[in-house]
Design a protein around this ligand. Sequence first.
Ligand code: T5A
Length: 213
Amino acid sequence: MTAGKLITLEGGEGAGKSTVLAAVRELLAARGIDALITREPGGTPAGEEIRRVLLDTAHHGLCAEAELLLMFASRAQLVRERVRPALAAGRWVLSDRFTDASFAYQGGGRGQPVERIAELERWAADGLQPDLTLLLDLPVAEGMRRANGRGAADRIELETADFFERVRVAYRQRAAADPARFRVIDSSRPLAVVLADVHHAVGGFLDAAGVRA
Ligand code: T5A
C-alpha cells in the first residue's frame, strides 16, 4: 500500500478556493482517486466547534495568541483523526486551507513569530506537509469585493485591507521559498482561465506521481 498525497488550497478572502476545490476533486476522480475532502479550521466535529468560535463576530476581542492556538487545536485534531489515517490507508486528501494559512494570517496578518508557528507545525500538526499547494493569488480589493457578495462578514473578514495585504505578502513569500510544492495561480482572471491553470498544475502533479489518466 502506497501512502496517499495531501493537496491543499490556499489564498486570501474570496480567492475562489471553494470553486477550485470542486474542479480539483473532479480532476482527481477522473483519474480514479476518491479524495477525502476537508477544510480548516474545522473538518472534524470538535474542529467545526472551534471554527464557530474563531469566526463568530461576538468574539471580536479574541487575542492573537488564542486565535493561533485555536487554529492549531483544530488542526491537531484534524491531522490525527482524519488526515494521517487517510494518508496511511493510501487515500488522497484535498484540504481547503492548511498550515500555510496560519503562517499567512496569524504570522503575516497578526504578527505572531514565525518560529513559534513553525514549532506548532512540528508539534501540534505532527510535522505534516502538503505534497502540492495551489495558492490562488489576487489583489486584496478584488478578493474583498468577491467575498462581500456572499452575505454577512465573519470575524476575520471584518479585518482591514492592510491586514489582508500582509496576509497576501506572507503567502507569496512562502510560495517563493518552496517552489517545488507551491503553484501560484493568478485568480484575478476569468474563472475559465483560472481553471485551465488548475488543470495544468494538478495534471502535471498527477503525471509526476505516476497516476495515469
Ligand atoms: N484562517 C484559516 C486563519 O486565519 N488561519 C488558519 O490557519 C486557517 C486554516 C476561514 C477563515 O479562517 C482564516 C482564513 C479565513 O478568514 P475559509 O472558510 O477558507 O477560512 O474562508 P474564506 O477565505 O472566506 O473562504 P471562502 O470559502 O469564503 O472563499 P473562497 O473559497 O476563497 O472563494 P469562493 O470560491 O467562495 O469565491 C468567492 C466568490 O468569487 C467568485 C465565486 O463565484 C464566489 O461568488 N469567483 C470568481 N469570480 C470571478 N472570477 C473568478 N475567477 C472567480 N472565482 C471565484
